[in-house]
Write a protein that binds this ligand. Structure first.
Ligand code: GLP
Length: 240
């Protein structure tokens, strides 16, 4: 694991964006695994800025997002599809046909999960961007006595719904279920970029990176992957 700690958010965002952009520059048809939440917003802004300066084209890139809420339409402003358009896709030259998120509105959710995994077998993810939940979740893989390998439907923990309630008008509107790539799907990526900010994540960062490998801290399974880069701000890295 390669761990780097940054003093400023701007440096952290630039470093993460550079890593993703370098992948695209060296491989114009790269496959990027993308994440949502508050953590990647500055990274996507930096990527858009670099695209506008003509430093990179995304025309040959394919993206797969980690997860999506069940029951939110893509134009619902809390859906991850909406988030991705707002923060990245609408501002760069990636064709719509090359951006994939799990369809949380699918009539047959299990078939949707199988299909999402099949697409990723055809297109190997080069770099998977990840954030970290307060309970150690990655994507929406919640702590449990066992974890699913592939893409699956998950019932969100109350703590996760509460953490994400800040984005919704009321707690009742926070979906109870999501579709997420499994830890197995995540670990198949050629390389992984984990980005974490904030003092409130310092303890879980320590557990995930230096504690025992356990399904009760899903991010601890990243310790088994040979090519993981972890970018932290000072606060998130203060217990390492
Ligand atoms: C959500 C997402 C995760 C994300 C996590 C942390 O639960 N499903 O992919 O990493 O939140 O979000 P934030 O970056 O806002 O702390």
């Amino acid at each position: 694991m390669h761990i780097q700690i940054f003093d400023t958010q701007a440096e952290l965002d630039a470093s993460a964006a550079n890593l993703l952009i370098d992948t695209v520059i060296s491989k114009p048809n790269a496959v990027l695994g993308l994440a949502t939440g508050s953590t990647p917003i500055g990274i996507y802004a930096k990527m858009v800025e670099m695209y506008r300066k003509g430093e990179v084209s995304f025309s040959g890139v394919t993206t797969f997002n980690l997860d999506e809420y069940v029951g939110l339409k893509p134009y619902n402003d809390q859906s991850y599809a909406y988030y991705m358009n707002k923060h990245l896709f609408a501002h760069i030259d990636i064709p719509d046909t090359q951006t994939f998120l799990p369809n949380g509105m699918a009539e047959d959710l299990d078939a949707e999960c199988v299909n999402y995994d099949k697409m990723q077998v055809l297109k190997q993810i080069d770099v998977q961007l990840l954030g970290l939940g307060h309970n150690g979740h990655i994507g929406f893989n919640e702590p449990d006595h066992a974890l699913s390998g592939g893409t699956h439907v998950v019932k969100l923990k109350e703590a996760t719904r509460e953490a994400n309630a800040r984005f919704f008008a009321t707690m009742d509107e926070v979906p109870e279920y999501a579709i997420t790539m499994g830890v197995g799907s995540i670990l198949k990526a050629n390389s992984i970029l984990l980005v974490v900010r904030g003092a409130d994540k310092a303890e879980i960062v320590k557990q995930a990176l230096t504690g025992p490998i356990t399904t009760e801290v899903p991010a601890s399974l990243l310790q088994t992957h040979p090519r993981v880069t972890v970018l932290l701000d000072r606060e998130a890295g203060r217990m390492l």
